[in-house]
Design a protein around this ligand. Structure first.
Ligand code: ATP
Length: 343
């Protein structure tokens, strides 16, 4: 649906240049929810704003549903933008228009007939659950209700792509959850491709199919959400994953193991996905190897519909037994992060 090729964006401010995006390459599939996560200043907003040409890339190519959007004439771009809806962190509603009239606005601009607008707006109000608020003004709405208006307005012209720019960052966790559920429902029922940027891994975990971690204008890591959660390859991805797994081995324990330099014990974190989550791995380790295994921390969670578990354990025993146990875990497909030197 979207191909980003060697995309670069340089801002020039007061004789200085800032390279906000450096050679970004991405492919976003039709119907998926694609998350882009990164710290402040990483380039997320610049990237998402290139998708509808609110920012013009300095170089590179960007195809949206077959059209190279950086090559379109202004009138072609106006037409193309009807295929690309957008929602914003601060909603960007028209304060002098009611909910109904805010949602009607893009339809009026598109030149739809009045009777058709009335019908379409009624459908959209129902879809986003605002039937009680249709005559309210933005100032009378909660943050979550305002974002519902933003969503209805963004999808009014039946776009193919919805860009979500930190759409839940101004909302409390409960409201965030309900907005994410609405977005997921719309994705599933209308088959809309969604691209969302966020600095919160919880948002990625809840609704995204794939995620790109962006760091200093480059893609540091890209994969399915399950892959990135269970086997993050870069430090930055690991930091984001820790936002939601909350597994921090206490420094005192890490130091104890780091200074021990022992071949007879090691400290490691195991991550399990899907079927292995329910497997009796610890009792297998104890039965099959001459080891003492101690569990320091454990938790189980779900990423979309797949169970995902994490255990922090210590293993103590002869070095060859520890090595064999590690290769046994690898064979089972359990991913391991080893905190201590070990054998
Ligand atoms: N209009 C602009 N003019 C000059 N520099 C800009 C402009 N917009 C962004 N930048 C710079 O480009 C880099 C990327 O900024 P961008 O806003 O895309 O990051 P971000 O990941 O979205 O951050 P945040 O989450 O804080 O919005 C930063 O160094 C920023 O200062």
């Amino acid at each position: 649906m979207i191909q980003v090729q060697n995309l670069q964006k340089v801002y020039h401010v007061k004789g200085q240049s800032v390279e906000a995006l450096k050679e970004i390459n991405l492919e976003i599939h039709r119907g998926e929810i694609f998350g882009i996560i990164g710290y402040s200043g990483a380039g997320k907003s610049t990237l998402i704003r290139c998708f509808n040409m609110l920012e013009e890339p300095t170089s590179g190519n960007l195809f949206v549903d077959g059209d190279e959007i950086t090559h379109l004439t202004p009138s072609q771009l106006r037409e193309k933008r009807k295929e690309i809806g957008m929602i914003f962190q601060h909603f960007n509603l028209l304060s002098s228009r009611t909910v109904r009239d805010n949602i009607a606005y893009p339809l009026e601009i598109a030149g739809m007939k009045k009777a058709d607008i009335t019908k379409r707006v009624a459908e959209l109000i129902q879809l986003v659950g605002l039937t009680q608020q249709s005559e309210s003004y933005p100032a009378q709405l909660s943050g979550g209700q305002k974002q519902r208006v933003g969503i209805a307005r963004a999808i009014a012209n039946n776009p193919k792509v919805l860009l979500c720019d930190e759409a839940t960052s101004a909302l409390d966790p409960k409201t965030t959850e309900s907005i994410l559920e609405l977005l997921k429902d719309i994705n599933e029922n209308l088959g809309l491709t969604m691209i969302l940027i966020t600095h919160e891994m919880e948002v990625i975990k809840k609704i995204c199919d794939r995620v790109a971690v962006i760091d200093n204008g480059t893609i540091a890591e890209l994969g399915s959400v399950l892959e990135v959660f269970s086997r993050p390859k870069t430090n930055i991805a690991r930091e984001f994953v820790k936002q939601v797994t909350n597994i921090e081995v206490p420094t005192a324990i890490l130091e104890q193991f780091a200074t021990a330099h022992s071949d007879s014990h090691c400290l490691l974190q195991l991550s399990f996905i899907g079927e292995t989550t329910g497997a009796p791995i610890i009792s297998d380790l104890i039965k099959n190897f001459d080891l003492q295994v101690n569990i320091l921390h454990g938790q189980i969670d779900r990423i979309q519909d797949t169970p995902y578990g994490t255990l922090v354990i210590t293993m103590e025993g002869a070095p060859d037994q520890i090595l064999q146990a590690k290769s046994y875990l690898t064979q089972l497909g359990v991913s391991m992060e080893v905190f201590s030197n070990g054998p």
